[in-house]
Ligand binder design. Sequence first.
Ligand code: FES
Length: 173
Amino acid sequence: MVSTDFSYRLWRHDGTPGELIPLLQSAQEHFGYIPRRAIRYISEVTKTPESKIYGVITFYSQFRLQPMGKNVIRLCTGTACHVANSGMLLDTLQDELGVEVGGTTEDGVFTLFSVACIGCCSLAPVMMVNDDTQGKLTPAATRKIVRKIRRQTLASERQAQATSDAETAPAAD
Ligand code: FES
């Protein structure tokens, strides 16, 4: 079931269904990606076949069919970074994470993007992990950073789960 908040935004003020692209943008803004249930719903209200909606989603790079990972890696492939071997780092990241550019790891810890110059050319090759800039990278350093962040992310998830379990556990008599 699609949330009422999102459903409400699917309709224009005059009560007619909105256009497909704004509806998809609205879904992505609401969910962070476009889930299958939203596609079904949009198909129903706009009388557009789901296959056509998938076609639109895959045509525009702004749309995502998967949720974003908890950490977003943006590897710079601008000129200075390219010259400093960012291509090798991209291969390293894809191998380490098991995803292509634009993909999210199975455990939801990372999403990988490649981007143009991020303005730190003197540190090339560079990647950003969330808001943190990492420069002068080598493949080994890149793997080390990614593994450390994965360990930290999974540890804090386990901690959050344990806290939530403790809060919801029935009190002992
Ligand atoms: S080209 Fe990579 S930071 Fe400028």
